[in-house]
Design a protein around this ligand. Structure first.
Ligand code: GDP
Ligand code: IMO
Ligand code: MG
Length: 428
C-alpha cells in the first residue's frame, strides 16, 4: 500500500493528527502538501501532548521522513520555532525535507491578512491571521517568494521589490499602515538561509523515487474538504486545495499512484471561523459537544462552533475526494446523550435537498432534516473491538456508514494514541 492520502471530511479539526500518528509507525514518509501554520494537529502519546502547526504530524515517529512539499506555505520563523521546541522535547527532527518550490510567508503577508480581515468588517472570514491567504494570492499572482529564491540574494531582492511595489501603495494609501522596507524583509529571510539549506531538496523527485523503491508515503492534509478553496464553502474557506487532488498538485506525485484515500470525520460537526454550517447548535446540546469534546481551536484557542453530524457533507467529501475509508473520530464525546439527531438531508426553501447544494445561497438557507438515533450511556473509551461497543453505539456507526458511501474502517473513542477501534487495516 505505497501511497495513502489522509484528509479532513468536514471543516477541519477532525483528528487528522491522531489518525496520521496511528499510521506513522508503519510508513516511511509523511508529507504536508497544503496550508501552513493555520493548521493545528494534536497528537497525544502517553501523557505527552503535541500540537503541530507547520510540521507534518509524522515527525513524531522515529524513522519517518517528514516532508513539507511544494503545495505548502512556510513561515520560516514558525518552522524553526517548532523544530527547536520539538528538539527540546527529545524529538529527532533531523530528517525534515523542504521543497525548493514551496512559497514563503513573510511579515507583509501576515500584516495584509490582518488588515484585510479588519476591512471586511461583518464579512470577515475569521482567518487564523497567519498570512496564509495573501501568500497563496501572491503565488497565483506570480509574485510569490519561493524557498529556492532565498539562495540567491540578487534574485530575492528583485522578487521582494516586485512584490512590495503595489503592496506598499495599498498598505499606505488604503490601509493607513507604514510601508514595508525591502531591506528589512530581505535581511529577515536571509537570516534563515544557513539553517534552511541542508533541508531543501527536490521533494517531488525524492517522493517518486521512494515510491519506485516500494516505500510507503502518507500525505497528511491540512484543513478539510469544506475549507477547500475550490470545493468548500467559498469565500469562507482557506486558500489551498485541502482535498485529495491537492495531494497530487501539492507534492508532484501523480494521482494514479494513490492507493487509498482516507477521510477523517467527526461523529458530529465543528467549525472555526465564519461561514455556513447548517447543523450548528446554539443551545445546551451545542455546549455539551463543546465541553465534552474540548472544542477549542488548537491554533487560535477560539471556541469551535458545534453541531450534529451532517450526512450530506460526509457524502460530498466521499465524492470530491474519492474516499476509500473513513476514520470516524470522537464517538466517545456523544456518550451520555439520550437521543442523537443526524442530518440526513436539507430543507431549502421548502424543497428537500439530499446533497450539498451547489448554490451558496441555498447552502446558507439549508435547514437540516433530522433523524434521531438512540444514544448510550456506557463509557466507551476503553473499548477496542467493535462488538464490545454498546449496541446503540454500534447502530449509530452502522447508520452513519450507510449514509457515507464508504466504510468506516477506524473509530476514535478517546484522544490517546491507542483509543481506537480498528475494523479494517488502513494499510493493507
Ligand atoms: P486535526 O486538526 O484534524 O488534527 O484535529 P485537532 O487536533 O485540531 O482536533 C482534534 C482534537 O480531538 C484533538 O484535541 C485530539 O486530541 C482529539 N481527538 C482525536 N480523536 C479523538 C477521539 O476519538 N476522541 C476524543 N475524545 N478526542 C479525540
Ligand atoms: P486543521 O488542519 C479548522 C479556517 C479558519 C478560517 C478559514 C480561513 O487543524 O484542521 P486561513 O487562516 O486558513 O486563511 O483561515 O479557515 N481554518 C481552519 N479551521 N482547522 C484548520 O486546520 C483550519 N485552518 C484554517 O478558521 O475560517
Ligand atoms: Mg486542527
Amino acid at each position: 500500500m505505497p501511497a495513502i492520502v489522509l484528509i479532513g471530511a468536514q471543516w477541519g479539526d477532525e483528528g487528522k493528527g491522531k489518525a496520521t500518528d496511528l499510521l506513522s509507525g508503519r510508513v516511511d514518509y509523511v508529507v504536508k502538501f497544503n496550508g501552513g501554520n493555520n493548521a493545528g494537529h494534536t497528537v497525544v502519546i502517553g501523557d505527552r501532548k503535541y500540537a503541530l502547526h507547520l510540521l507534518p504530524s509524522g515527525i513524531l515517529s522515529p524513522g519517518v521522513v517528514p516532508v513539507i512539499a511544494n503545495g505548502a506555505v512556510i513561515d520560516l520563523e514558525v518552522l524553526f520555532g517548532e523544530l527547536e521546541a520539538l528538539s527540546a522535547r527529545g524529538v529527532d527532527v533531523s530528517r525534515l525535507r523542504v521543497s525548493a518550490n514551496a512559497h514563503v510567508i513573510t511579515a507583509y503577508h501576515r500584516t495584509i491578512d490582518r488588515v484585510t480581515e479588519r476591512f471586511l468588517g461583518k464579512r470577515q472570514i475569521g482567518t487564523t491571521g497567519r498570512g496564509i491567504g495573501p501568500t497563496y494570492a501572491d503565488k497565483i499572482n506570480r509574485v510569490g517568494i519561493r524557498v529556492q529564491d532565498l539562495f540567491d540574494e540578487g534574485i530575492l531582492r528583485q522578487k521582494v521589490e516586485g512584490a512590495l511595489e503595489q503592496k506598499n501603495h495599498l498598505l499606505v494609501k488604503v490601509y493607513n499602515r507604514r510601508a514595508v522596507s525591502v531591506d528589512e524583509v530581505v535581511a529577515d529571510l536571509l537570516g534563515y538561509v544557513d539553517r534552511l539549506r541542508p533541508m531543501v531538496t527536490d521533494t517531488a523527485l525524492e517522493l517518486n523515487t521512494a515510491l519506485d523503491d516500494g516505500r510507503t508515503v502518507l500525505f497528511e492534509g491540512g484543513q478539510a474538504t469544506m475549507l477547500d478553496v475550490d470545493h468548500g464553502t467559498y469565500p469562507f474557506v482557506t486558500s489551498s486545495n485541502a482535498t485529495s487532488g491537492g495531494a497530487a498538485t501539492g507534492s508532484g506525485v501523480a494521482p494514479n499512484r494513490f492507493d487509498r484515500i482516507i477521510a477523517v470525520c467527526k461523529a458530529y460537526t465543528t467549525r472555526v471561523g465564519a461561514g455556513p454550517f447548517p447543523t450548528e447548535l446554539h443551545d445546551a446540546s451545542g455546549e455539551f459537544l463543546r465541553s465534552h469534546g474540548f472544542e477549542f481551536g488548537t491554533t487560535t484557542g477560539r471556541p469551535r462552533r458545534t453541531g450534529w453530524f451532517d450526512a450530506p457533507v460526509a457524502r460530498y467529501a466521499q465524492r470530491i475526494n474519492g474516499v476509500t475509508d473513513f476514520v470516524l473520530t470522537k464517538l466517545d464525546v456523544l456518550t451520555g446523550l439520550e437521543r442523537i439527531p443526524v442530518c440526513v438531508a436539507y430543507d431549502v426553501d421548502g424543497r428537500r435537498v439530499p446533497e450539498v447544494p451547489v448554490s451558496q445561497s441555498d447552502f446558507h438557507h439549508a435547514v437540516p432534516v433530522y433523524e434521531e438515533l438512540p444514544g448510550w450511556s456506557e463509557d466507551i473509551t476503553g473499548v477496542r473491538r467493535f462488538e464490545d461497543l454498546p449496541q446503540a453505539a454500534q447502530d449509530y456507526v452502522t447508520a452513519l456508514e450507510g449514509m457515507m458511501r464508504a466504510p468506516i474502517s477506524v473509530i476514535g473513542v478517546g484522544p490517546s494514541r491507542d483509543a481506537v477501534v480498528v475494523r479494517r487495516d488502513l494499510l493493507e
